[in-house]
Write a protein that binds this ligand. Structure first.
Ligand code: IMP
Ligand code: MG
Length: 180
């Protein structure tokens, strides 16, 4: 698996330090707000777990699965609600946790959905932010790293469902795609 990586962008250690800083900021912001932390499956699971573990405030957690990428390297442009959350968001301060915001399509859909359902506030924390990929006007209030316009894998990010379990984030070798 490691041999398929061209370059490591963020080491496991670096990522954990960055998450620690985000957790401190978010704990301060949400300490009296009883936040509902909404993890976007599947990519954001690793990030969300490490983040909430470092936040020492009362908070609840839920999951939602919206997908735009169906296992490849380019967005299909389609969006599907695959698995809905269970909590009632009415009047809640929702914090969406994402692995990466690229075009912003997923995030725009989620923010609209949560607002329609009556959330009191909706903010987003994403480990990675790829602003060059942006096609939709969305706010990413908190993020760990601004990343180049490359296809990344690791720490939750996948290529065809694989590489999520790498503890770091890296660029996949182009030879891996051309084998398809
Ligand atoms: P968006 O809707 O275009 O912003 O895409 C968001 C989703 O696409 C993320 O939650 C990821 O699951 C996936 N994605 C975007 N860029 C990458 C990447 O470089 N590697 C792996 N997955 C990505
Ligand atoms: Mg995702």
């Amino acid at each position: 698996m490691n041999n398929d990586i061209e370059k490591v962008l963020y080491s496991a250690e670096d990522i954990q330090k960055t998450i620690g800083k985000l957790a401190d900021q978010l704990s301060e912001e949400y300490k009296d707000k009883d936040p509902l932390i909404l993890c976007v499956l599947t990519g954001a699971v690793l990030f969300t777990v490490d983040l909430i573990e470092k936040m020492d405030i009362m908070a609840q957690m839920d999951f939602i699965d919206v997908s735009t990428y169906f296992g490849g390297t380019a967005t299909t442009g389609q969006l599907k609600l695959i698995h809905d959350m269970t909590a009632d968001v009415k009047g809640r301060n929702v914090l969406i946790t994402e692995d990466i915001v690229d075009s912003g399509r997923t995030l725009q859909y989620l923010v609209n959905l949560l607002k329609e359902r009556g959330a009191k506030s909706v903010k987003t924390v994403s480990l990675l932010n790829k602003p060059e990929g942006r096609e939709f006007d969305v706010n990413v209030e908190y993020y760990g790293y601004k990343v180049p316009n490359e296809f990344l894998v690791g720490y939750g990010l996948d290529y065809k469902g694989y590489y999520r379990n790498l503890p770091y984030v890296g660029i996949l070798k182009p030879s891996v795609y051309s084998e398809d």
